[in-house]
Design a protein around this ligand. Structure first.
Ligand SMILES: [Zn+2]
Length: 220
């Protein structure tokens, strides 16, 4: 495991944006913020049934689906980042594996079949409580069209990526690493932490810093 870009220092825990729980999902009672006995963090605790409701990061799964040295991008038909281009990706569902989820999202957003071939990137975004697992995949054929969540679906050559029109910083980070790997002649497996700059939009191409980047470089 080689590391680059990380400074190894712990950073101040950022303020995390999450939807507050106001009412108990179990009994409908009022919820208050308390530190449960034996814990450190404030949690949503029901004042009626005393159940503790934990809020944890969500897993987003997706892939870089390639065909003929091009990559598949989907133009979003939904908010956020409506009208901007993304890799096929979405929240992992209960009962599926991350790779299955990545293939499912590709099927839903681009109505096409992708064969997942390798893990590619694991990216955490602590500020918004999301963790991305991105795979490399190969399209079975260049036969795709927009699903309900997409306005358009296209294969982009790597020198035609619409950098100013990408939907999310995670997409920017993955595609940059992908192109670097193509240029050095080997695909790595990457990990990193995306620190969003406070107040930046999800699609701001400069609205982030990638820290603690680690890579298993892969064979040359
Ligand atoms: Zn309750």
């Amino acid at each position: 495991m080689a590391a680059s870009g990380g400074n190894g220092e712990s950073t101040t825990k950022p303020k995390v944006y999450s939807t507050p729980i106001n009412f108990c999902p179990s009994c409908g009672g009022q919820v208050s913020k308390q530190v449960p006995e034996g814990e450190v963090e404030e949690r949503a605790v029901c004042t009626q049934c005393h159940k503790v409701h934990y809020v944890n990061p969500k897993m987003v799964v997706g892939c870089v689906a390639s065909y003929d040295n091009k990559v598949l991008l989907c133009k979003r038909a939904i908010k956020p980042s409506l009208g901007l281009w993304t890799l096929p990706a979405g929240f992992m569902e209960l009962g599926e594996s991350a790779a299955e989820g990545a293939a499912r999202e590709t099927q839903e957003e681009a109505l096409t079949i992708v064969h997942i071939v390798a893990p590619y990137a694991h990216l955490d975004i602590p500020l918004i409580g999301q963790s991305y697992i991105i795979f490399r995949g190969e399209l079975e054929k260049a036969d795709f069209k927009p699903g309900p969540e997409s306005l358009d679906v296209r294969l982009f050559a790597l020198d035609e990526i619409p950098w100013d029109l990408l939907a999310f910083t995670s997409v920017t980070v993955v595609l940059k690493k992908y192109i670097e790997d193509i240029e050095r002649g080997a695909f790595g497996v990457h990990h990193g932490v995306i620190e969003k700059k406070p107040g930046s939009s999800p699609s701001d191409p400069d609205g982030y810093v990638l820290r603690d980047h680690m890579v298993v470089p892969g064979p040359r």
